[in-house]
Design a protein around this ligand. Structure first.
Ligand code: SAM
Ligand code: SF4
Length: 452
């Protein structure tokens, strides 16, 4: 989400006449886009900003050795909304700060800062809709994984209020962008060579639920979709030139029969869902306010896998939530096995000020959080290898992204399930093209094959 917001800000600055610097050292203006979902993320963003301010003021070792060109430093994103005025006591030399739903103001703030103003603060209201949501860099999705892939924001904010999560406080209320706007944005991206879009929202299956996405003036769904999100997928599937549509993140409550039908009948909709589970213990899920049980979660996974056994399901898990016992943790382990996740992101619980869980004692010791983290990661290595092993001998359709990081002779790309596939292009496949790859080898995180 922050990659996308950063791209939009960069595109707005480009449109206002600024040029992209070759490196941070060459830049006169540097803006740090922050996250505050965990304490460490916020500390990193604030620390980075502090270093840039030192560079600007000619202080510190970095300034003496590199002597950067930086004149203006700005901080944007979720940490600004959380810190409010405090941002300037933490970062006295900061020129401007803007919360996530004020990103459209950034070009104006840069002008004011260049004119000599300092310590400008813009805190958004919870219902604001920023300008520039559809601004993309001229090179297509350059801030995405490749110029052929682009992120598109469809839903802002979140109203779920899970007990541990600061997102609703900093990103405001749920707001769905009108479908007409999203379709126009994706159509223009596809006309500029984008082959794959990833639709973004905290709980993206809530699209069109709190605020309307479709109006009477919109044409009816040709396939008879009534739910706003499947109907959006259908409209995007019809866009010429667009090969793939992905989305993230999803909540099991939104895994309706219509969504399954969308996966099944719309060829460009990728067979992957990122479905954060957070815990496998019903007791913990209830305390977190996740509004599903373990059984309901597993039923949603089973529904998708009944349609396609290779349907990829990935997840987020929190270890060390207040009061998480060994038994709760074992429930998470067994759920992860039962769900057969293709990949999992594991987070150690971090108390966030103002959330319900922050009032509870953070009673799982750090070493124990670390142990649980490592256990789940080791389990996932084994599981990933097992799941990927089933694909050896099959042919996967891969969107070629270009030379892989480790070995330039080999290219990497992703299959519909978002699995990384490594292959040799043999001069037959170009970047951004679809290739058919016969899988020969499986690792926990990658598949290796040859053009079929
Ligand atoms: N909206 C998505 C959902 O409902 O699952 C996820 C949003 S959150 C930005 C991304 C992930 O960060 C969450 O799925 C959760 O695992 C993790 N997370 C959120 N708050 C956390 C906290 N206080 N401590 C540790 N991890 C946290
Ligand atoms: Fe946070 Fe829950 Fe909203 Fe996800 S659904 S952003 S975890 S409050």
């Amino acid at each position: 989400m922050n990659v996308r917001d950063s791209e939009a800000v960069a595109a707005m600055l480009e449109a206002a006449g600024h040029e992209r610097a070759a490196s941070e050292q060459d830049a006169e203006l540097v803006i740090v886009n922050s996250c505050t979902v965990r304490d460490m993320a916020e500390r990193k963003a604030v620390g980075k900003c502090g270093n840039l301010i030192a560079l600007k003021e000619g202080r510190g070792r970095a300034a003496r050795s590199a002597g950067g060109a930086v004149k203006v430093v700005g901080l944007i994103g979720c940490a600004v909304k959380r810190l409010g005025d405090e941002v300037f006591s933490r970062l006295p030399g900061l020129d401007f700060a803007a919360g996530p739903r004020r990103m459209g103001m950034v070009p104006r703030l840069v002008e004011r800062a260049l004119a000599g103003e300092t310590r400008i603060l813009e805190l958004p209201d919870d219902d604001e809709v920023p300008a520039g949501l559809d601004a993309h860099l001229a090179s297509g999705g350059a801030a995405g994984p490749s110029p052929f892939q682009s992120y598109v924001t469809v839903l802002l904010g979140c109203d779920n209020r899970c007990s541990y999560c600061i997102v609703p406080d900093v990103r405001g209320h749920e707001y769905s962008r009108p479908a007409r706007e999203v379709v126009a944005e994706v159509r223009s991206l596809a006309a500029n060579g984008v082959k794959e879009v990833c639709l973004l929202g905290q709980s993206v299956l809530r699209y069109g639920r709190r605020t309307p996405a479709w109006s009477e003036a919109d044409p009816p769904s040709p396939g008879g979709f009534f739910e706003p999100f499947p109907r959006l997928l259908e409209a995007l599937d019809a866009i010429p030139g667009l090969e793939r549509v992905r989305f993230t993140s999803a909540h099991p409550g939104g895994c309706t029969d219509e969504l399954v039908r969308a996966f099944q009948t719309l060829p460009s909709v990728c067979r992957h869902i990122h479905l954060p589970v957070q815990s496998g213990s019903d007791r913990v899920l209830r305390e977190m306010g996740r509004r599903y049980t373990r059984a309901e979660y597993l039923a949603a996974v089973a529904k998708l896998r009944a349609m396609d056994p290779e349907f990829a399901v990935t997840t987020d898990v929190i270890v060390g939530y207040p009061g998480e016992t060994e038994e709760d943790f074992e429930q998470t382990r067994s759920l992860m096995d039962e769900a057969g996740f293709d990949n999992a992101f594991v987070f150690k619980y971090s108390p966030r000020p103002g959330t319900r869980a922050a009032a509870l004692p953070d009673d799982v010791p750090e070493e124990e959080k670390e142990r649980r983290d490592q256990v789940l990661l080791a389990d996932q290595q084994r599981r990933g290898l097992e799941r990927n092993g089933r694909l050896v001998g099959t042919v996967r359709e891969v969107l070629a992204e270009g030379p892989s990081l480790r070995n330039a002779a080999r290219w990497s790309g992703r299959d519909s399930g978002n699995r990384i596939v490594v292959f040799e292009p043999e001069g037959r496949v170009g970047r951004g093209e679809l290739a058919r790859v016969a899988i020969r080898e499986a690792h926990a995180q990658t598949l290796v094959g040859a053009l079929a």
